[in-house]
Design a protein. Structure first.
Length: 266
């Protein structure tokens, strides 16, 4: 039974009317959004559009995590923040922006760097996790937590003119995890926006797709990007999709027993 937080009163029927008009989403889908819990790790370039669209969509409870502060160089792309937020923790600045956009949602701001135990705790308390971080170590930590909690993960990345998005849903025994596609390695070369640059609208494109995939996961509509990596080259404005399978020997998500014997995708 839906709680009061998911009841569609007149004001909500008006606010979310354009979603409710979609046959694939409708009233039931909007109620699911209102009752949903989303964890967003990173309130920067990717987290900004992702969080704004989830708040606008009426996702009932959003947890926004970031231990960084707003700097002037962020404002070229991190649209969750403005000049008044300079020097403030991004999570708190982001919370205020989301509540200003839609006071109908609950937003929890966590100004902390999450260890594995804390990540797993938060993943267990979420219906979907959005990885909007900017480094491999954090991405792998989030993946481990989501695999352990069996919470769907929507992961995005963007650098220079290139972006990519995929969904990892370990509720499906044959679905791959992030480690299956990007094995963890100590010598992996990592490009950072601070040293290589990034096109501002690119992170908006990737973060918006992350929000769309999260909404699909919450409502159960459409076909999520599970087992598919969607990439974009913004310089040439070309999109490509690459299919990939679960690594049966993956040290993070490999199953034991009958599930381990099944071949990826079949």
């Amino acid at each position: 039974m839906m709680g009061d937080a998911a009841v569609l009163d007149d004001a909500r029927l008006t606010r979310y009317a354009r979603h409710i008009l979609l046959d694939e989403l409708g009233i039931e889908g909007q109620e699911r959004l209102l009752a949903a819990r989303a964890l967003i790790v990173g309130a920067g370039g990717l987290g900004s559009p992702a969080a704004l669209y989830l708040a606008a969509a009426g996702v009932g409870r959003i947890t926004l995590v970031d231990d960084d502060v707003v700097e002037l160089s962020n404002l070229q792309r991190q649209i969750l923040h403005d000049m008044t937020g300079l020097g403030r923790p991004k999570a708190e600045s982001g919370r205020d922006a989301l509540l200003a956009l839609n006071p109908d949602v609950q937003v929890r701001a966590l100004v902390e760097r999450l260890d594995d135990a804390r990540l797993r705790e938060l993943a267990l308390d979420a219906d979907v996790v959005l990885d909007c971080s900017d480094n491999f170590a954090t991405r792998h930590a989030i993946n481990r937590a989501c695999v352990a909690a069996r919470t769907p993960l929507v992961s995005g990345a963007a650098i220079k003119f290139s972006g990519q998005i995929s969904v990892y849903d370990l509720r499906d025994a044959d679905a791959p995890c992030y480690h299956c596609l990007f094995p963890e390695a100590d010598d992996a070369e990592e490009l950072r926006c601070a040293t290589t640059g990034v096109l501002g609208p690119l992170v908006g494109m990737v973060g918006s797709v992350q929000a769309a995939e999260a909404i699909k996961m919450i409502t159960g509509m459409g076909e999520p990007l599970v087992g598919r990596l969607l990439s974009v080259d913004a310089l040439r404005m070309q999109w490509h999709t690459i299919r990939f399978r679960r690594d049966p020997d993956c040290p993070v998500c490999a199953r034991r027993g009958p599930a381990a014997a099944a071949s990826p995708g079949g």
